[in-house]
Design a protein around this ligand. Structure first.
Ligand code: FNR
Length: 357
């Protein structure tokens, strides 16, 4: 049951990705004002990035997706080989499945097997205990743990949790008891500044806003569970939750608007959700993200072109990101914060709306 759910996720996310490729989203609301003489030499640009204790050669990482099924095995193998070849961090999908059923562990452990020296993060859902977290990290010999908070997805999933009351306390236990850093993320509905503040207050120091506009898990769960009668299906579906949530741009602007968070030296904010191309990466960085995660895009490449394809696409992103820094005259990620950016469209409207008390 849990395995077929994971296979549904892969199949439906890949189908969504085919439609999302080239489609507009909130990243288009972020424009760099073009200054034709601002540029610099691409050879003088440093695009390395830092997330908490980790330094990476390029400001991108492969976000948590899959594991636990036969379909996941070649996908994780391809992603892990590409992560090893390029030095970008990679997260596993939720290892909850392997903790509950150790027979499914191999499709997770390949992530470390093929990337023995790279930065690997295990992934676990909120609601799990410190012991689960330790087991998840041990399984992958992981350098860090991603914990996903996914209340919208759980609500739409027929077999999902309906009780979110213990999540914050359990995350606090894990943060204080685990000896590797914890990254808390959404799964594509965003983390508001208020949520990030709650997480900071219990000791979390790395957050991935994982906003909407890319892979949509409300739609995936709706599509997984279609009712045989199309008339009843229209009522059974949570279609009206599909547009809920914050985009990564909303989240970054929300966080930037809270001084204590935006100026907190020991808080790392990374962004993901709907990232399509190198310009989206640089846009998120200009709004305060230290690095940027890709899930659906990498899934599609892994399924179509395997490890070599993922490696090539990561290298293309890295080259283009360097070119963009040079074009914008930004010598490093820090300098991107001083570029001239205009926010328009729904992202600007929502940011203005939030500022009205
Ligand atoms: C995911 N995502 C995810 N996140 C997580 O924390 N644990 C998980 O197990 C999964 N599983 C998963 C499966 C598949 C097939 C996809 C495509 C995604 C969510 C992912 O990390 C990310 O937050 C969202 O997909 C939004 O980013 P993209 O896809 O728009 O880049």
């Amino acid at each position: 049951m849990a395995q077929s759910r994971k296979d549904d996720h892969i199949r439906l996310a890949a189908a969504q990705q085919a439609q999302l490729t080239g489609a507009p989203n909130a990243f288009d609301d972020v424009d760099f004002i073009h200054h034709a003489l601002a540029g610099m030499n691409a050879n003088d640009v440093d695009i390395s990035a830092r997330i908490g204790p980790w330094t990476m050669p390029s400001p991108i990482y492969i976000n948590g997706m899959t594991g636990g099924t036969d379909t996941a095995l070649p996908i994780n193998t391809a992603l892990a080989k590409a992560a090893a070849a390029t030095g970008v961090p990679m997260a596993s999908g939720s290892v909850g499945l392997a903790l509950d059923d150790p027979a499914t562990a191999e499709s997770f452990t390949v992530i470390r097997e093929h990337n023995p020296d790279g930065i690997v993060w295990a992934n676990l859902g909120a609601g799990r205990t410190l012991d689960h977290a330790k087991a998840a990290v041990e399984l992958l010999d992981a350098d860090g743990l991603q914990i996903h908070v996914n209340p919208i997805q759980e609500t739409v999933m027929p077999e999902g949790s309906r009780n979110f009351s213990a999540w914050l306390e359990l995350i606090e236990d894990i943060v204080s008891g685990l000896d590797v850093p914890v990254i808390v993320k959404e799964v594509g509905f965003g983390l508001s500044a208020k949520t990030v503040q709650q997480l900071y207050d219990i000791g979390v120091r790395i957050v991935d806003v994982a906003g909407s506009g890319g892979t949509n898990f409300a739609r995936i769960e709706n599509d997984r569970t279609a009712h045989p009668s199309s008339v009843i299906d229209a009522h059974a579906r949570f279609d009206w939750l599909e547009p809920m949530g914050l985009t990564a741009i909303d989240c970054l602007l929300d966080i930037a608007g809270v001084r204590e968070l935006a100026t907190q030296p020991d808080l790392t904010v990374v962004a993901s959700g709907g990232v399509r191309n190198p310009l989206d990466v640089v846009r998120a960085q200009a709004l305060g993200a230290s690095a940027v995660g890709l899930a659906g895009v990498m899934l599609r490449v892994a399924m179509a072109d395997g490890a070599a394809g993922v490696t090539e696409v990561i290298n293309l992103f890295t080259t283009r990101i360097r070119q963009l820094y040079a074009l914008l005259g930004a010598a490093d990620a820090h300098a991107l914060g001083s570029t001239d950016v205009v926010i328009t469209g729904p992202s600007a409207e929502k940011a203005r709306g939030r500022n009205i008390d």
